[in-house]
Design a protein. Sequence first.
Length: 150
Amino acid sequence: MQDKNVFDPEKIALIDFKMIKGQTDTPEMFDINKVIGYKLDNTLQLGFNLEEKLAKAAFKVSVMTDSKGENECEATGNFHLIFIYRIENLEELASPEKNKRLHLNPALTNAISSVTYSTSRGILLTRLQGTALQNFVLPIINPNNLLVNK
């Protein structure tokens, strides 16, 4: 007999994506050759609709070049991406608690975090081509680190 709380990634479907914000700003006299690194800040917020078996992942990314003062101003990029997932067996993986919070199966949150982050990496790679941030790649991380409240 199979445990009904076992997570099955094949029961998740990415059904919608929206870029709420996708902006890069580059100073007029910016020299991309002086960039030695990047400063990154990102957040992931998850929301669930149990009745419709939906999950929403809102991922925000802010990136800034680091030229160690060699450029007068730094180039920046700000992105807000929304992903909507349908989860066939969400009622088996998420249960409401008395304080109106959800108790979530850790494998579910890990999967949503992983897919959201890695898909965002690909989106940013294409969106940043031809900009001062063209060499920036969203780093590989432990997706569970995105789930820790900041």
